[in-house]
Design a protein around this ligand. Sequence first.
Ligand code: P61
Length: 470
Amino acid sequence: MSGSVHRTMGQQSGRRSWAEPWKIKMVEPLRMTRRGDRERALAEAGHNTFLLRSDDVYIDLLTDSGTGAMSDRQWAGMMVGDEAYAGSRNFYRLEEAIQRWYGYRHIVPTHQGRGAEHLISQAAIRRGQYVPGNMYFTTTRLHQELAGGIFADVIVDAAHDPADRSPFKGDVDLGKLEKLVGEHGASSVAYVSLAATVNMAGGQPVSMGNVRALREFCDRHGIRLFLDATRLVENAFFIQEREPGYAGKSIAEIVREFCDCTDGAWMSAKKDSLVNIGGWLAVNDRSLFEELRNLVVVYEGLHTYGGLAGRDMEAMAIGIGESMEDDHVRSRIGQVRYLGELLEDWGIPMVQPVGGHAIFLDARAFYPQLAQDQFPAQTLAAELYLDSGIRAMERGVVSAGRDAVTGGHHYPKLELTRLTIPRRVYTQAHMDVVAESVKAVFDGRAAARGLRMVYEPRYLRFFQARFDPL
Ligand code: P61
């Protein structure tokens, strides 16, 4: 040895190292691929990572949605599924878990998040009403628009700037909301659509101060406040860490306090709640609940299963409890940060501060030579796959889609490529391999030429669009 001092990433970053509060009981072998294989697979997939077969992927960072590892307790729960059409005992366990941890009164199960978004949009939006929200999310906005709503972005300006290191870049700008209500009147606002954390901004959190101020604003104007609780547990971690007065409170206490400021929530349980499928909708108002419970039987399934098997609801009820454990959340976000620390050391441009579920690479800064309609973020996702078999996701102009009125592209300020970390799935060594691949692609950035879209589906085009290299 040369006498040099070897230090862990924790030591290099001036912190104590964390480790996962679990050990591995079962493994799923991965297929390693060669560059030639990947070139063929990517061409067949029209340069869209959504169209790759997962057998052709080495480390899959497409999404953290439904890709987590369930615990032995959840798997045991799958064996006690009560598959009755009506009144499944697992539904009542799920209802109890949501009431206990999130605090809402009335619960409607759905097959996943967008099922819940569909129902709340149909029930709570009148044609022509505005739906202000803290940045758009693809499926959320689409369901709001299909119900006749007009989405209005009221997030703080900092959210649109990848380099801005503000601690709560998910906050609503109350000035923007006040202006919207002043111009159009409170009755033209369906509800405030608040997401915590904010996915498209980079997994950025909303502060407790902000949701409290929103509650007060909504009460003053007689407007309802509904929450996208998909990653609220991760949001709670940032409140615990960054907001004065919350360091001594548990994740569960913070989640409950946050929900208590809102009138209801929808959920994709495929994220925070550690299941491969599932979602729900919960409200406090009895008459709105009656309507939602009626709609669910049209679109999802009976109101005690909502498109899920009994065993899925059991796994979800158990997963909700596990997701609230402080040690779990710390290691989950700790792993995302670990990857962030490696990349930051090498000067890789990305959204700062690193958020809860993913690293969002700043594709504009990678490829200043590409115009936005040459799809820099889609190009970056393709280059990462070619380099190492890592699968990332475009979150830029392709994801933003077209304006519902003019039909032109939305040109979002953020042109990002998302490296999304599934929960309890990959190791620190996988993160090292990912970081080295990002570095290699960054070093080769000058050669990138961009893409041209050759097939564009009507809805949520990013899932199925095809591209040719320029
Ligand atoms: C994701 F490319 N997210 O992040 P469902 N709200 C929020 C989500 O993050 C979310 C849903 C509602 C996904 C899956 C996905 O453009 C895309 O259970 C904050 O997926 O229906 C989902 O929940 C919807 C990927 C969704 C996408 C839309 O990877």
